[in-house]
Design a protein around this ligand. Structure first.
Ligand code: F0G
Length: 469
């Protein structure tokens, strides 16, 4: 999938290169080459920003802090104010909807639920289209414009599609999104339609959509914006920078994220690695990834790894066994063959973190707990709190340790899930059509809060209040 090979001179003046992650191959390519995997060996690529270590890293901290109060549109974006760490030159046609700048909440009820003294939640659902995808879409669409593409495409479980629809529209590109028919929440589908994307509903699952996108990516007019594209990862890595600023540069002991196609974990790992490289932090947080049990190919692989052999993240397994028919009500992460698994695994191993799976019941209860903290999130995001509870119980996280979880999507992305949980009607069967769950599994609403039907009288209302006090 090579469309434009930069000439040597152009390559040299660029700020960064695209590099094959397979160190035995070592292929490097110019930024203008529209490739998504290494043309030589087929492995995934990453951007090497060739960052220099400043003499005084604290000056960079101050510089970023000053940009946070700047009124320039580029600085008002939580992605573009870290421009110095990104592979774009100053004349790039920056695409922005003012992404980033998301809150870091203390979550006392969720902390207690997990058996921790404290827990903080970095909520990427506060982005313009309600998910963490927007940071990466800002950089990917900027690169799409630079590369001269006409159409931006992605496979999606819904959030990437909504984000691509918005950002491609903003960049003046045609947007086309491939969605597994009947398996997308109404909110996410509605967003893609509203932002004007061409919505292609595919008879198949996310992994089928992903395969098709990689096939059509050969067309020179098309730009693939899934996280296999290393420019997506560049925008998404800035969440690590923003998080560290919010943590006043005290590195958390653990950072925990959900895992689907593994772009987010790859990006956070890269962000922290780069902060370490330039001397802005002195150690990495342990990065842990949580999958849903019915869609957990990487957690399965991780459980079989020999920790001694794989500790450095350099000796990675060659193959991941995909989950053929992934199942979970957390539809955002209903993925059986994640494309960025190797990069994510490498990041987790280098940091000393874990990759585990949690059940549908654990996800549902953790999600309700995040709701009780007045924060809320979509189901996939709640894998984090469910996973932290499990990691704490297993002794991987200590009660006193500093833990940050990344919530990836806004609660209103999937209201049906919430209503079903609180009414006590949530089951694997109640998910969108298109899956092939063998047996409908009922999920109990352990923290159920069903609506009450009340007579239209003052007395009846007061009686209801009294009962629930
Ligand atoms: N959480 C949410 C809300 C998501 O939408 C996704 C992925 C993930 C977590 C997992 O992140 O793929 O980077 O490991 N959603 C993609 C999509 C697949 O198409 O919207 P990941």
């Amino acid at each position: 999938m090579v469309h434009k090979v930069a000439n040597a001179a152009e390559h040299k003046t660029e700020k960064a290169v695209q590099r094959c992650i397979n160190s035995a191959c070592g292929g490097t390519y110019g930024l203008r080459e529209r490739i998504y995997v290494c043309p030589r060996c087929g492995e995934t690529l990453e951007i090497d920003c060739q960052l220099a270590r400043p003499n005084d890293p604290s000056a960079l901290r101050k510089y970023w802090a000053s940009k946070a109060t700047s009124k320039l549109p580029r600085d008002a974006s939580g992605v573009w104010r870290y421009y110095d760490m990104l592979p774009f030159d100053e004349h790039a046609p920056f695409v922005t909807l003012f992404e980033g700048n998301t809150p870091l909440f203390h979550a006392p009820r969720s902390a207690e639920y997990c058996g921790l003294r404290d827990l903080r939640l970095k909520h990427q659902g506060y982005n313009p289209t309600g998910s963490f995808k927007d940071t990466g879409m800002a950089s990917a669409m900027t690169q799409a414009v630079i590369s001269g593409a006409r159409t931006a495409v992605c496979a999606s479980t819904g959030n990437t599609a909504a984000s691509l629809a918005a950002y491609a529209g903003r960049a003046g590109l045609q947007a086309a999104v491939l969605l597994p028919r009947g398996q997308i929440t109404a909110g996410k589908l509605a967003q893609s339609l509203d932002y004007g994307a061409l919505v292609l509903e595919i008879d198949g699952n996310f992994d089928d959509c992903m395969r098709l996108v990689q096939e059509i990516g050969d067309d020179p007019s098309i730009y693939v914006a899934n996280s296999i594209n290393p420019f997506r990862i560049e925008g998404q890595k800035t969440v690590a920078f923003e998080m560290m600023e919010q943590c006043v540069w005290q590195v958390p002991d653990h950072v925990v994220v959900p895992g689907g196609n593994m772009g987010n974990s790859t990006a956070l790992g890269k962000g922290f690695q780069e902060l370490l490289h330039v001397g802005l932090i002195k150690r990495l947080p342990k990065l842990s990834v949580i999958q849903a049990e019915g869609a957990a190919p990487l957690a399965r692989l991780f459980a079989k790894l020999d920790p001694k052999e794989s500790a450095d993240g350099e000796h990675l397994p060659e193959k991941l066994t995909p989950v053929e028919n992934p199942q979970t009500l957390a539809t955002a992460i209903k993925i059986g063959a994640p494309v960025s698994w190797k990069k994510a695994l490498r990041a987790v191993l280098r940091s000393g973190g874990q990759i585990i799976a949690v059940s549908e019941q654990e996800i549902a209860d953790a999600k309700a707990m995040i709701g009780r903290d007045s924060i809320g999130c979509e189901p996939a995001s709640a894998t984090t709190v469910a996973g932290i509870k499990k990691l704490a119980a297993a002794g991987h996280i200590d009660r006193e340790e500093d833990v940050v979880a990344v919530l990836t999507g806004h609660a209103l992305k999937d209201p049906d899930y919430m209503i079903n949980y609180h009414r006590g009607t949530l089951s694997l069967d109640s998910s969108a059509k298109g899956g092939s769950a063998a047996a409908p599994a009922r999920i109990s609403g352990a923290f159920q809060n069903a609506p009450e039907r009340v007579a239209a009288t003052k007395a009846a209302i007061l009686e209801s209040l009294e009962r629930r006090r």
